[in-house]
Design a protein around this ligand. Structure first.
Ligand code: ADP
Ligand code: ZN
Length: 724
């Protein structure tokens, strides 16, 4: 007789499921996590669906499913989510599934084990196996599931049968050190009136349940975190789980402490730097439902929550939410999708919402909850422009005289100053003064960045680096190399020369060796052991530096001139956020914008503290150009080892685009970053009407278009955030 067959999704780059035979005594249902043979390997995979009509000719060739892991099955809502994300982003389902199975290939000895306990009456229909099992559990204590099955000589199916009938209950086995639950009333803050109103709104949202999106829109320092903790507390009280997404998990040390101050314990963390052991433990406790609050990077979206009740996306506008390798998904958008599938509320938080979210709030699709002022009556920092055309720094220097004077005053007052420059390294370009030779990457279309701390010239796109030479490799001139333009390291040199008595510190992602050192450096700053902080966008995010009152933006124009449709939005958000670090405690913060274009609408909106003006201009421009959220975009990025191959394929692909009057196909054009890692790149931009199923259109297109072969590669990026 033919055995039962199920379709299993394996965590590899494939869209389709594979059929496997179910061993006779195995009780398997969709969602179960199992080991299956895949070629020469065994992999952890998930039963995706029953296969009602297996092909009888293949039956004998099918392999058997191996062991079923002792973890709760993936819920239908998570399986639908995996399917949804894969479908929308045109990623292989297996790759998306892989993100939910990041507990390590096998859970190992630390996994949560499920136990079984006698809780109800004997079933109407008794069998000898059921009798033995009930006998073995008669002490009403929690027994390991597999142990008791073995003891009673029954299969796991007998246990599950009695669970269904209510005789037995499955519960996670206690572990050596069970993480204590957050206590929702451990230490509730005294709210201002504004905060109380906002907190009540979020609490109601959490209590009502159901899918609903709120934008918590509050200026920097208004206490958004304290306020959304109200919703967290409500969900914890209800025995459900909360997922809090953060753009940059390395920077959440302060957040963990604040959480502990409010709830008595730290939340469970989820990010790429967890040790394998912690990762397995955290994964299992999320699956068992014992991890009540999870704070994580975007990958936390894919965890198998047992009972998720609320999703919070902090700094929802942050571009770090977009994953740009593997599956190209935007974690904020997918959080909303997950909320809608799981029918639970979602709270997006920002002081400068993304234009997409802002439009959704304006049209009433999202509920807006506002915190209009800083906690404790502190003023927002004042923002002043420094017109570099009139007040320029000395030659080969980057700090204007006025900014230098302000820093001097701050340092004399024993306050901190932050110099913000979103550029790593010492200088973005090195050239030979004798022959004009410029150092560029050998395999990318990019200059090599001078990194003095590491004593290297390095490519930011492929990681190539070389020692900084003493003579020009082109003309052999000695001592002829000049650094052009500033990076944070060069700025530190300048600051140290200007203020020899001040303590300076550079914060830049390439200098961060681990989350722990990062956290301790941030603590040093918060404790006031640094006078001048020099940082990239790493410092913009979510820190409280109580003694910081002055922020100098060294090159406010840096992000504006790159042809990116989101350049204005990003610059506005980033500068607002970084200047928002100032004056949180004393309430007299000030931000200086060194700019060549003080008349630019972004600079004007910042200086006038007129957020409204910024959104009005930006929303209108987007609407006119049919850019998101008024239209939809996708990028097709074609790359190959040589230019003609890439270009030829891109042209063929573009001409294969199915005609649809709601779609515009632009390009192919050579990518702004024309060569990365020796690969030549072309881009096609696809624009469509807002209510158009662009993913489906792309799928049809790729199906009829030319096929990639050799080293040709086609990447599809739906809702692209980068246009390089
Ligand atoms: P945001 O995220 O809106 O920038 P935060 O949540 O970081 O603001 O709050 C800014 C600071 O104000 C934090 O140090 C926070 O602990 C403090 N704060 C906010 N609300 C309260 C309150 N009700 N009582 C005491 N401290 C508060
Ligand atoms: Zn390179």
């Amino acid at each position: 007789m033919a055995r039962r067959v199920v379709d299993v999704l394996v965590p590899v780059a494939l869209n389709q499921t594979y059929s496997y035979r179910v061993p006779d005594d195995a009780d398997l249902k969709p969602g179960d996590v199992v080991c299956v043979p895949l070629g020469p390997r065994e992999v952890t995979a998930v039963v995706w669906a029953e296969n009602e009509t297996p092909d009888p000719r293949l039956h004998n060739r099918l392999k058997d499913i191996g062991e079923k892991l002792d973890v709760p099955p993936l819920k239908p809502e998570l399986r639908s989510f995996v399917d949804w994300v894969a479908n929308y982003t045109l990623s292989a389902r297996g790759m998306v599934l892989r993100m939910t199975l990041r507990m390590g290939e096998h859970l190992g000895p630390e996994r949560v084990r499920m136990g079984v306990r006698l809780v109800g009456d004997p079933p109407p229909r008794m069998t000898p196996a059921r009798g033995r099992l009930i006998e073995a559990l008669s002490d009403k204590l929690l027994h390991g599931k597999s142990e008791v099955a073995k003891e009673a000589g029954v299969s796991a199916g007998v246990i599950d049968g009695l669970v269904d009938e209510g005789t037995l209950a499955i519960e996670p086995m206690p572990r050596e050190i069970a993480a204590p639950s957050p206590d929702p009333s451990f230490s509730a803050p005294d709210f201002s009136d504004e905060q109380r109103v906002a907190g009540e709104a979020l609490k109601t949202l959490a209590a009502n349940g159901g899918f609903h999106v709120a934008l918590l829109d509050g200026v920097t320092g208004s206490g958004k975190t304290e306020v959304y903790f109200e919703a967290v507390a409500e969900i914890v009280r209800r025995g459900q789980q909360v997922m809090i997404l953060m753009p940059e998990i390395a920077l959440t040390g302060q957040f963990l402490d604040r959480f502990a101050a409010r709830f008595g314990v730290r939340p469970v963390e989820w990010h790429s730097e967890l040790t394998p052991r912690t990762r397995a433990r955290n994964w299992a406790s999320v699956a068992a439902g014992t991890a009540r609050v999870v704070v994580g990077a975007r990958s936390a979206l894919f965890l198998p929550y047992a009972n998720l009740g609320l999703i919070i996306v902090d700094e929802e506008h942050d571009q770090a939410y977009k994953q740009s390798d593997g599956a190209h998904y935007h974690a904020r958008d997918m959080a909303v999708v997950r909320g809608s599938i799981a029918k639970i509320p979602v709270v997006l938080c920002s002081a400068t919402p993304s234009v997409e979210t802002e439009v959704n709030a304006r049209t009433g699709r999202y509920q807006r909850v506002v915190l209009p002022s800083r906690f404790g009556g502190q003023h927002m920092p004042q923002i002043l422009p420094i017109d570099l055309r009139r007040e320029s720094p000395p030659r080969d220097k980057f700090i204007s005289p006025r900014l230098a004077e302000e820093i001097r005053t701050a340092v004399d007052r024993k306050e901190q100053a932050l110099l913000f420059l979103n550029r790593r390294g010492y200088a973005p370009l090195t050239l030979c003064r004798a022959c004009g030779h410029r150092f560029s990457c050998t395999i990318c279309d990019a200059w090599l960045v001078d990194h003095r701390f590491r004593q290297k010239l390095a490519c930011h796109h492929c990681g190539f680096s070389m020692p900084r030479p003493h003579v020009c490799p082109h003309c052999a001139a000695a001592e002829s190399l000049a650094a052009i333009g500033p990076g944070v390291e060069r700025l530190q040199e300048e600051a140290a020369a200007l203020f020899p008595d001040a303590r300076t510190m550079v914060l830049s992602s390439d200098l961060v060796t681990s989350i722990e050192t990062m956290r301790s450096e941030l603590n040093e700053i918060a404790e006031g052991r640094v006078d001048i902080i020099i940082g990239t966008q790493l410092v913009a995010k979510g820190h409280n530096f109580p003694r910081l009152n002055l922020v100098g933006v060294v090159d406010a124009d840096l992000g504006l001139g790159n042809g990116d449709p989101r350049a204005a939005e990003r610059t506005f958000q980033l500068l607002n956020q970084v200047i928002g670090r100032a004056g949180r405690d004393k309430g007299y913060g000030i931000g200086y914008l060194q700019t060549h274009q003080p008349e630019h609408p972004v600079m004007q909106a910042l200086v006038a503290a007129n957020r409204e003006a910024f959104y009005a201009t930006e929303i209108e421009a987007r609407e006119r150009a049919m850019y998101p959220p008024f239209g939809r975009l996708a990028s097709l990025i074609i790359s190959a080892g040589d230019r003609p191959t890439a270009e030829g394929f891109a042209r063929k692909l573009a001409s294969a685009a199915p005609f649809d009057e709601r779609v515009q196909v632009l390009g192919p054009a050579e990518a702004p970053l024309a060569v990365i890692k020796g690969r030549y790149r072309f881009r096609i931009l696809v624009k469509s009407a807002r209510n158009f199923d662009l993913s489906n259109y792309l799928r049809d297109w790729v199906a009829v278009g030319p096929k990639t072969k050799g080293n040709l590669k086609l990447e599809i990026d739906v809702d692209p955030q980068s246009f390089l």
